[in-house]
Design a protein. Structure first.
Length: 318
């Protein structure tokens, strides 16, 4: 039995082996063309190269709606076929705050993909299972993906228990859309023209590319995209980016406070999810905890934040 991380930005299927290693697929971009059912890079190419309006992404927070259920099924089916999974059982991860309807919709999508027995595991729980299975103590898991956020307080001692968890629809996509909205306004002021719906989607990916570049280099970047048949470029400074980062994700700090309010002992801080690759975000979270006068140990990131959730699901499935 395998484990699947059905993510907002990327998805992954993994298997835990007897020797303690994992067999995993490549990361699959969670992008689906609802018309021709292309998935991943092919669907992204449909949008960026051909302007196909049927391409959808960032649908995970809307699970339960028809289009999102269809996209989730397409991702799960592709993952299953990629590794030629013959098992009828699977463990799929979901955000800890997902409600009953969202969980049932996830199970339904997995069953459409060919699995008859579907087990769900909360993403922060899966992350701790994989990254801290040889550790003990109290863990605060800050799990920020592309479109969902969970923060969980997990006790790993003689038994594994989740003490408290909070979550909201918030992720890296929100930051991309926040920046894209500002760039769109600048574009309209500069040209007097509106962006088409397809151009807005293309701008979104241009912003995502620039975001990764500024995080990697720590230098100002240009956001370059095509609209109205012409190339356009708008600058973004590092300070501007940090301000956007704080304004978009400051709401997650309130949920952190709720989880650690009554905790007086030292705990382990663990970052999970692709969006936590941003060093500026990790610094903001750590600074906020210090401001709350909390004592914590930063878990060394020997794990891959994009893969650890799927690995935890695979470990649970073993």
């Amino acid at each position: 039995m395998k484990g699947i991380d059905l993510g907002t930005t990327n998805s992954l299927i993994a298997q835990y082996n007897k020797d303690g290693t994992y067999s995993e697929s490549d990361l699959l971009q969670s992008i689906v063309n609802l018309k021709n059912r292309n998935v991943g890079a092919k669907a992204k190419e449909d949008l960026l190269q051909r302007g196909d309006a049927a391409v959808t992404f960032s649908y995970k927070p809307d699970i339960g709606m028809t289009y999102s259920n269809t996209a989730s099924y397409a991702i799960l089916k592709t993952l299953r076929d990629t590794v030629n999974d013959q098992s009828e059982k699977v463990v799929v991860t979901v955000p800890a705050y997902f409600n009953t309807h969202q969980r049932e919709s996830t199970i339904e999508a997995a069953k459409r993909a060919g699995y008859s027995e579907v087990h769900l595991i909360n993403e922060p729980t899966a992350a701790v299972l994989a990254a801290a299975k040889n550790l003990n103590g109290l863990f605060l898991v800050y799990d920020l993906g592309g479109g969902t956020f969970d923060v969980s307080l997990v006790d790993v001692s003689d038994k594994f228990s989740v003490i408290k968890t909070q979550g909201i629809n918030k992720g890296g996509d929100n930051l991309d859309r926040h920046i894209a909205s500002r760039v769109e306004t600048e574009y309209i002021l500069a040209t007097g023209k509106d962006l088409t719906e397809v151009e807005k989607k293309q701008l979104y990916f241009a912003v995502a590319k620039a975001k990764h570049e500024i995080q990697a280099t720590g230098e100002d970047v240009d956001i370059e995209f095509i609209a109205g048949g012409e190339e356009h470029s708008f600058g973004m400074t590092l300070n501007q980016y940090k301000t956007d980062l704080y304004n978009v994700f400051k709401s997650t700090f309130n949920l952190i406070e709720s989880c650690v309010h009554d905790i007086n002992e030292k705990f382990n801080l663990m970052f999970v999810g692709g969006s936590t690759r941003c060093p500026y975000l990790r610094d903001m979270v750590s600074s906020h905890l210090r401001m709350l006068d909390k004592d914590f140990y930063l878990v060394k990131q020997t794990y891959n934040p994009d893969r650890v959730v799927a690995e935890g699901a695979a470990y649970a499935a073993y």
